[in-house]
Design a protein around this ligand. Structure first.
Ligand code: SPV
Ligand code: MN
Length: 632
């Protein structure tokens, strides 16, 4: 009794100190908004952030029209964004050296060993380092406090998030990309849990972050807090995107659900049938463009949660907008997104060329003007870099940020709190010489093995060399916050209790011939997904091969004619769908070598690899190295 009353007294004292601190550091109007949230952890996280980052003022966003408008306006007033010609369009620049996710400086703070392939650092030491970089980082700036929901507001799938940042661009982007949830926070209790994010662009000069060498993004897995400093590129700065995703993966594991780097879409089959598929592709490998395929409808393009209910799999989009790669978006290949980017709507363009208030990007199908402003500053067609190479007019990883609600192809179920029923899952990488364009796995377990063996040639979405074949299981490696073995085990176990689990397909849009030319067209992915939809419903037969079920030529020929008005030849089919045994065997060897360095790799996975190898070795003996699908 006595003991309890001492604790209570101490708590009251702490609360008193906290309230006093907040009262003397936050203007009354903002403080009232903050204190309307009945949770001391919210208040103390804000207080700690103020103590550390020393902002000049604090703004608390309630999601009211005025508060949202304030954020949008401040981004413009401060020059973090500028108006473009079309109403609602703005441009933001991240600075020349902050154009992609910084993998080397993104680390987990963990007390447990996360294995070979995951970048992590000892927790206390890492925390000390980043806290140091955050000290006084908001001097002279305003601190913004925002509240969001990952997933539809009030859904069983959803997770609450508290974001603190000094970037109005970040706060504005999150408005387009996530569901706002100040009112959900008003209803939480002292016991509620939520993810916390603290971001600062750090010291800036002309709105460009100065201390790029001190850029750090650290994810504290114990406290579920992410610290991010000295950066602006959304993949590094926007807490709710890949940073929250890392925390969600860890949370999902013991709870028996999956947090995935996947799109979510409805594929439209015969007789107006809609079948939902999700799909994992490494960054810049066709994920958004698949979700945006003509005639189909999109639920999301990047992050999903998958849960089991009534012996089936349901999924929601974690986000409500798209932070998409703008390169190669043109009127012909991406009509829906093209229209969105050319109509009055809220759009933030980043790192593209602006001339005469118009944005231009690589592969937009237009002749770029001779000069303008771009990610390096002022640009002319003669601009060269330090090595005398011409500087392109826009960055390869330049992006657009839009809300899904402004797309004409949005699926009506976007905000369904129960999620949508998932019947199929794609795993696809950028692979120029090994895998066929589409293959259906023999089983869930075989499909998981396909996902776990995913490799992809690197792209501009992360800093570093491009075109290097890299291991990227489920396209999630950059974000994985649990050891790979544990993650895969959860994937295999996910099948339990599912009489008919989603069918898993492997795809590859990037096959090339010996001359290095792509042997499939940009639009062909439409055919691969429509075929997969038919397979889910058992409406087309398939050829059983050592690597899984592949399409019959006649089915593809018919789909190509009906959907794309193309005459698909048998020659194309044979080139695309031949089983390349030596390459496939070499791949298994690479994958086995990688996993041999990991602890607790599920037996089931190793068994799948062995069986795959045996099937290929047998086929090699019977049919040779490059096997025509007609041989099976
Ligand atoms: C990706 O690179 O996978 C993206 C963009 O979706 S980022 O926000 O950089 O993660
Ligand atoms: Mn992504």
């Amino acid at each position: 009794m006595k003991y309890n009353s001492t604790i209570n007294k101490r708590c009251r004292k702490v609360n008193l100190d906290l309230n006093q601190f907040l009262t003397s550091n936050i203007q009354e109007e903002q403080l009232t908004k903050l204190l309307a949230i009945p949770n001391t952890s919210v208040h103390s996280f804000v207080a700690e952030a103020i103590k550390l980052c020393k902002p000049a003022s604090v703004f608390v966003c309630t999601d009211s029209k005025e508060d949202i408008a304030y954020i949008r306006q401040k981004a413009l007033d401060l020059g973090e964004e500028s108006h473009l010609g079309i109403e609602g369009h703005t441009i933001h620049y991240d600075g020349p050296f902050d154009q992609a996710r910084d993998k080397p400086n993104t680390r987990f703070l963990s007390d447990v060993d996360l294995g070979e392939k995951i970048s992590w650092t000892e927790r206390e030491a890492g925390k000390e380092e980043i806290i140091n970089f955050l000290k006084n980082s908001m001097a002279g700036k305003e601190m913004i406090v925002r509240f969001f929901s990952l997933g539809p507001v009030g859904s069983n799938f959803s997770l609450l998030c508290l974001q603190i940042t000094d970037s109005f661009y970040v706060a504005h982007s999150e408005d387009l990309l996530y569901r706002t949830a100040y009112h959900s926070f008003e209803k939480i209790t002292e016991e509620s849990s939520f993810f916390r994010f603290l971001h600062s662009a750090g010291e800036v000069e002309k709105n460009v972050t100065k201390n790029i060498p001190n850029r750090r993004i650290y994810i504290d897995l114990t406290d579920e807090i992410v610290y991010s400093v000295n950066n602006q590129y959304a993949g590094n700065s926007v807490g709710l995107k890949k940073l929250a995703f890392r925390l969600a993966i860890q949370k999902a594991l013991p709870e028996g659900w999956l947090a995935e780097h996947m799109f979510l879409m409805a594929i439209h089959g015969p007789n107006k049938r809609k079948t939902y598929f999700s799909g994992a592709f490494p960054s810049a490998c066709g994920k958004t463009s698949t979700a945006m395929l003509t005639g189909q409808t999109i639920v999301g393009d990047d992050l999903v949660y998958l849960k089991k209910k009534d012996n089936q799999v349901y999924s929601v989009n974690v986000e409500s907008g798209i932070f998409g790669i703008i390169r190669d978006v043109n009127a012909e290949d991406d009509p829906v997104i093209w229209d969105t980017l050319n109509e009055p709507n809220e759009v933030i363009f980043s790192n593209v060329l602006v001339s005469d208030s118009k944005p231009y990007w690589l592969g937009d199908g237009r002749e770029p003007p001779a000069q303008g402003k771009t990610f390096i500053g002022d640009w002319t067609e003669d601009t060269v870099d330090a090595n005398n190479n011409p500087v392109p007019h826009a960055h390869k990883n330049a992006r657009y940020t839009v809300s899904l609600y402004s797309l004409s192809n949005k699926d009506p179920e976007i905000d369904n709190k129960d999620g949508v029923l998932v019947r199929g899952i794609f795993f696809g990488g950028r692979d120029s010489d090994t895998s066929v364009p589409v293959v259906e796995s023999f089983s869930w377990s075989h499909g998981v093995a396909i996902g776990a063996s995913l490799e992809s040639e690197t792209t501009a979405a992360t800093l570093g060399a491009e075109g290097v074949r890299t291991f990227n299981p489920m396209s999630i490696l950059d974000f994985l916050s649990v050891p790979i073995g544990k993650y895969l085990e959860a994937y295999f176990e996910f099948e339990n209790g599912l009489p008919a689990p989603p069918k898993i397909f492997g795809t590859n849009y990037f096959l090339k011939n010996k001359e290095g030319k792509y042997i499939t067209g940009m639009q062909d992915k439409l055919i691969w997904v429509l075929w997969s939809e038919l397979r889910v419903h058992g409406e087309v037969d398939a050829i059983e091969t050592p690597i899984g079920f592949i399409p019959h030529y006649d089915d593809l020929k018919r789909l190509f004619k009906e959907k794309l008005n193309l005459d698909y030849t048998q020659e194309q089919y044979l080139e695309q769908f031949s089983v390349r045994v030596p390459q496939l065997l070499a791949k298994i060897e690479r994958i086995e070598a990688i996993y041999s360095k990991e602890k607790s790799v599920p037996e089931q996975f190793l068994k799948e690899l062995t069986m795959q190898k045996e099937r290929l070795t047998q086929a090699l003996a019977s049919y040779g190295e490059n096997i025509s699908p007609l041989a099976f």
